[in-house]
Design a protein around this ligand. Structure first.
Ligand SMILES: [Zn+2]
Length: 216
């Protein structure tokens, strides 16, 4: 609990952005209110930073990173996700780390570098089509949306992730291909829905929503 956060919540409430209690706890509602207020420049950078830092001290909540200019969905990668990024190409890591700041939906990294044995197992199961997976060389990641605290496999939830990844890749100038439509999404016109439609229209049937890679 912090009186500084209480003060910020009061400002947000008076401006109509915050509907929660003035409890001095920088929870999800407070972060969302900060995001909405950001466009109106209602708060000073110090106030935004204070909410961000307070928010991070509550590990059960999604946490924004302090260097994010706005807090977007207020999400940050958890320790498990960061561990999965070990050994992944730094350019792809940068894109994922930026994407979580831009994403409207929380997500988790479930796979980065993969061993040959695991790849063979996935091919056997039909979960992968190739022994030349970009995961083997650290050029691919699998990310999954987390909705209400649970991983979702509903393909509709992968569109906002693809959007955030495309935005991040474009901003950072990193060429990234999405497995949902097997196309480079960096600086690509249209929406992820359009890309999937085009892939399907071309006869594509292997939609791998979680998969993002640096093309060979
Ligand atoms: Zn993958």
């Amino acid at each position: 609990m912090s009186s500084y956060i209480k003060q910020i919540q009061t400002t947000l409430k008076q401006a109509g952005f915050y509907k929660g209690e003035i409890d001095g706890i920088a929870g999800k509602m407070t972060v969302e209110a900060v995001n909405q207020a950001a466009q109106n420049k209602l708060l000073s950078p110090d106030e935004v930073r204070a909410v961000s830092e307070q928010h991070q001290s509550h590990p059960q909540l999604a946490t924004p990173t302090p260097d994010a200019p706005t807090l977007a969905g207020g999400f940050v990668l958890g320790d498990g996700s960061l561990a999965k990024l070990n050994g992944v190409n730094p350019n792809l890591v940068k894109v994922v780390k930026r994407a979580i700041q831009l994403s409207s939906v929380d997500f988790r990294v479930i796979e980065g570098v993969r061993t040959k044995a695991r790849q063979a197992e996935l091919v056997r199961k039909g979960a992968s089509k190739t022994m030349n997976s970009r995961h083997l060389t650290g050029h691919a990641v699998d990310i999954v949306p987390v909705i209400d605290g649970k991983v979702s496999w509903d393909f509709n939830h992968y569109y906002p992730l693809a959007k955030a990844m495309a935005q991040a890749a474009t901003e950072l100038g990193v060429k990234v291909r999405w497995g949902g439509a097997w196309t480079v999404i960096t600086s690509k016109a249209g929406t992820p829905q359009d890309w999937v439609k085009a892939y399907r229209a071309g006869g594509g049937r292997f939609l791998d929503g979680p998969h993002f890679e640096l093309p060979a």
